[in-house]
Design a protein around this ligand. Structure first.
Ligand code: GEK
Length: 244
């Protein structure tokens, strides 16, 4: 399937509608995320490598907010433990339908995958060795985040991991400005115009709520994780791994 280019915010919009993961976004999603998130490709392939190390025999691996299943496919290609399966969840039906098509043409492994359209907040997490929230927690209401992380902690087996990737904010104005400008330069270098950058920013304003790295680290601790480590950062995009 040829990759379609993201031009959703290329023309001026009269009225800014909050960002939604609908069919228009699904069509251009691989291009959009690659050109918008610095290090996305590295993160996807490295999550597969981490999952291969921490996946346990007879356990579930979860990809929460899976979109088209990039993390799922990466884990599927790497995990070698017997009786492991992957449960991939997204609440956008358009994402799940397209993700299932992509999954059906993946011949790289025989690890079973269940891809389900559901709100991840209603999904039971149990007998898990790997749980991934790759740029998903940022779309959950801030006051609901601790409960979700606690549920993940409780659903993990000892030695299991949570991988948490997020766009972050900074307390210091100078740092906030530096990272935002650097991220916008990254988007410009990938062909987005100033109009596209500013319209996308407005569309995401009320939908994607970034927090500081310290807030994420404190929440992980509060949920029960004694060990967490920053394993990736490029500008204001980070990924943490927490081990139970
Ligand atoms: C990737 N992980 O390619 N329940 C289920 N899904 C949700 C919920 C929810 N409550 N809220 C948001 N989503 C992917 C990228 S994108 C990140 C993740 C981005 C889903 C939403 O439908 C979307 O598909 C995904 O979370 C976030 O590695 O586009 O910035």
């Amino acid at each position: 399937m040829a990759k379609k280019l993201d031009a959703i915010y290329a023309s001026p919009l009269d009225e800014m509608i909050d960002f939604r993961f609908d069919e228009r976004v699904v069509d251009v999603f691989p291009d959009m995320i690659q050109r918008s998130v610095p290090g996305y490709g590295t993160m996807i392939s490295t999550i597969g490598i981490l999952a291969a190390r921490y996946a346990q025999e007879d356990s579930h691996c979860y990809d929460l907010g899976c979109s088209l299943g990039a993390v799922t496919l990466s884990m599927r290609q790497r995990i070698t433990k017997p009786n492991c399966d992957i449960i991939a969840i997204d609440n956008s039906l358009a994402m799940i339908e397209r993700g299932q098509q992509l999954l059906s043409s993946d011949q790289t492994s025989s690890i079973p995958v269940t891809m389900v359209c559901a709100d991840l907040q209603n999904v039971d997490i149990k007998n898990a060795s790997v749980v991934v929230l790759n740029f998903t927690l940022q779309f959950i209401a801030v006051e609901e985040r601790l409960l979700l992380i606690k549920r993940i902690y409780q659903g993990l087996k000892p030695g299991g991991i949570l991988i948490l990737s997020e766009k972050i904010a900074f307390d210091e104005n100078a740092k906030q400005e530096f990272h935002i400008e650097a991220h916008h330069d990254f988007k410009r270098a990938n062909g987005y115009s100033d109009l596209e950058i500013s319209q996308k920013r407005s569309a995401l304003e009320k939908v994607l709520i970034p927090e500081t790295l310290v807030s994420h680290q404190q929440r992980l601790k509060l949920a029960g994780f004694d060990f967490s480590e920053l394993w990736f950062q490029c500008f204001n995009f980070i990924s943490l791994v927490a081990i139970k």
